[in-house]
Design a protein around this ligand. Structure first.
Ligand code: SF4
Length: 189
């Protein structure tokens, strides 16, 4: 089960087409603000590692974004160690796993912070706007909203997957990495 290499040049397209809504949102917020707070960095970083972004590109990615707003020295001083640590290159060299849906859903998210599960954390208007933006039909949007509003976030995400890929995932969504892998494999089939 060898992971294919991810190129930085493909990341925007992958985020748009193959990332689950949680990671797509973190990607968009990072691209817009050139910054993410601690939890967002951790959750998005571990996800990127889990889908096969190799170490050198991982650091280059964060450096590129962060140094749009801060100089190289500040990045090296304040952030490089943490990204190295996240990837398991320094400190106890632990290979941290990417967060599962449950872990993301249970995580405490302050209003406006971008690192929650959108099906739980987006307000109803914002969720609807995002679904409309994806070109999802009104009927499917209502289905997704109903499931999300009854607190079945992973089922809502599974329905969402089905709506944007015109077929359901083989395995019910329970992990952002699984969402990504299933999305990619559909495209290859
Ligand atoms: Fe992400 Fe899981 Fe929420 Fe889907 S259900 S948006 S994969 S946290």
């Amino acid at each position: 089960n060898v992971k294919e290499e991810i190129n930085l040049a493909d990341l925007d397209t992958l985020a748009k087409k193959n990332f689950p809504p949680c990671m797509k949102h973190l990607h968009e917020v990072l691209k817009a603000n050139h910054h993410l707070k601690h939890d967002g960095r951790l959750i998005y970083g571990l996800f990127l590692k889990s889908i096969g972004l190799r170490y050198e590109l991982f650091i280059e990615f964060w450096r590129n974004e962060f140094t749009k707003k801060m100089d190289e020295d500040s990045f090296n001083k304040h952030h490089l160690y943490n990204f190295n640590h996240q990837y398991g290159k320094v400190g106890r060299r632990v290979s941290y796993s990417a967060y599962s849906c449950m872990k993301i859903i249970m995580n405490v998210v302050a209003p406006g912070d971008p690192h929650g599960c959108p099906f739980k954390c987006f307000g109803p208007d914002n969720l609807r706007a995002k679904l409309v933006e994806e070109g999802i039909s009104e009927q499917k949007i209502s289905e997704i909203e109903n499931i999300a509003h009854s607190d079945h976030y992973q089922l809502a995400c599974t329905k969402y997957f089905e709506a944007v890929h015109s077929q359901p995932p083989k395995v019910t969504i329970n992990h952002p990495t699984s969402y990504f892998q299933q999305s990619i494999s559909l495209i290859k089939d």
